[in-house]
Design a protein around this ligand. Sequence first.
Ligand code: C2E
Ligand code: MG
Ligand code: MG
Length: 684
Amino acid sequence: MFELPASADIHIIEGEYSAPLVLLSFVIAFCASYTALFINRRIQGNGFFHKNIWLVLASLAMGLGVWSMHFIGMSAFELPINMEYHIGITVLSMVPAIIASYLAFYFANSKNKKLFSYIVAGIFMGLGISLMHYLGMAAMKIDAYYVYKPIIFTVSILIAIAASFAALYIFSVVKNFMDRIFVKVVAALLLAIAITSMHYTGMQAIQFYVIGESALHLVDGTEPHSMNIMFLIIFVTVGISSLFILAFLTSRLDKYVEYRLQNFDGLTQLPNQKQFADDQKSDKDTHLVAIIHIHNLEKYNSSYGYYFVDEMIKTIYELIDRLLPESTKMYRTEANRFTIVSSTMEQSQHLHVLLERVCAVLMHPLVIDERTITVDMVCAVSKSTVKQPIQELFSNAIAVLQAPITEFKHEVIEFNPDIHTFNFENQLSLDIYTAMKNDDLFLVYQPKVDPNHDSLVGLEALIRWNHPVFGMVSPGIFIPVLEETKKISDVTDWIIEKVCEQIDQWDKLNIPFQQVSINIPGLYITSPRLSDTLKLILLKYHVKPDQLELEITETSVIHDIQSAILAVSKFRKKGFSVALDDFGTGLSSLSYLKEIPISTIKIDKSFVDGVPESIKDAAILKSIITLCYSLDLNVVIEGVETEPQLEFIQKMDKKPIVQGYYYSKPLTAEEFREWMNGQLVEKK
Ligand code: C2E
Ligand code: MG
Ligand code: MG
């Protein structure tokens, strides 16, 4: 293997490299490394799937990449002899590359961050790449002989180990920054250099020769150098398609994992509160909502521990699941509540009977973890012969549970408006102060983008309420309640404080957000309290007035136009921007447009919905924009969702600012940072 035979009749054959194929082999090695590192990122997160799934996918990407790189590298080496491959050994040579990649990634991701782990990982990876390489060489079927030069042979293995170690070590050091595309590219480049340098050093170690006079034509230059195109095509196809499949699989799995984690309960696998809220977007009306409520779960938690309670919930769920028909839509909306929704009248009637059976069965003691317990529970039902909004039926069922007369005695209690006087709106109004304290109330920020350069020009702060009982409640529902119960000013002050605190943080982090808009409800714009609040909070967080925009609606204006003009002028003089929100939805008397010194008009989503399909809508939108510009106002179009809508806007001479799902949905502060990173990377 390492020594040339002693015969005098030996003729060495020289090969030559095809530069484009060498480059192609490097590109494949790079793509494989990049995909493997990309998948590796998932190994570190606490995901729905076991780490091993990601480990296997990363190893497959790396192993197959190394393998196809090798054979493309072989095709790049042209000899004046025919070269074929033994199919069995060729396929077998994938195995060490995949196993070595698995072991290497396993060690590189281990919690034990000692240098030793990386040395072990580097050795595995290097040996795996080398074993793959030399097995691949053994798969060659040629009309010639070959030997290895022992020193270069050894050096090639050492290079593979050293370069793998360096790549994995650097990968581990920078892995927390793997979200940045640049870092991933550098780490992948290093790994690709490790793989290719091993291969091409290994190729330097090999010496091809023929024996005898008859083979002289192979070395005297009369025989042309050739390569086997068929094999090349197979290796490139396998390499690239496996990488694409793995990358595709990873991203699908990732999306699925995220969806499962956010929308399903880990214990029962039932859809959770979020899915319940999401389903209501598409399926708003129904005939029946029932809530099975397990009472005093905390008591079991503190007496027997969480494991016991988990087992208890699982047992109860299995029991309910067995008694109800398979088609029943059930959610685990809270730790101690299962919510059932029925959309047909017949099913609703049948369900009522079955729910009584569930209660009857739960009256009997359950044996859980060798303990016998009796569960206190009740089932609240709200049903209607005509379809009603789920949210309404749900809050009626909650009213049953919250009524002082309701006991937890294994019965089905139907909502009765005379008895269960609890009212959803009242409850929201009661809960608002707790919500502010507990961060159930929080802000999201929707980017406003200049479509000329796709650049951020500001954000709108929008409020969200994740209510502990009702789940996500839309601002469209609770803002009117707060306005009616006169609590909206307190909430607006809270919003102003949260926004300024956030601005201060972004300022410190040098995040270029420019300006944040705050919705100022109803007549609050004319209240002296608003000026005082702004003055105090701006001072507290070192925020300048031009960093804020106050969004008012037509209702603020039409009630008392003179006061509105005064208030808006005062804020403008202090340096705040003032925008008129939802323009076009109210009475839209154009006359006040020129009287009120607003800086911006926000054109309502309804004007852009039919654009560009409807010629009428497009003409109306264009003329409103022209009118606003003639009054020297800034223009923002709300609710731009689609590419054709944006294209329509981009065709205008003077393009308005765009706010809408096309660019981004409202984001939490953290999501906004990621969005900004994405924007910056795209621009680069
Ligand atoms: P708005 O001030 O006109 O806010 C714009 C609304 O349009 C937001 O709904 C936003 O999520 C939604 N939106 C933006 N782009 C798109 C899009 O492309 N497609 C669709 N379908 N919708 C889009 P959101 O957050 O549900 O707020 C609704 C309304 O509730 C707001 O309308 C505003 O009047 C009120 N609101 C929201 N947050 C606050 C707040 O902090 N204070 C006050 N007083 N009112 C608020
Ligand atoms: Mg607004
Ligand atoms: Mg609006």
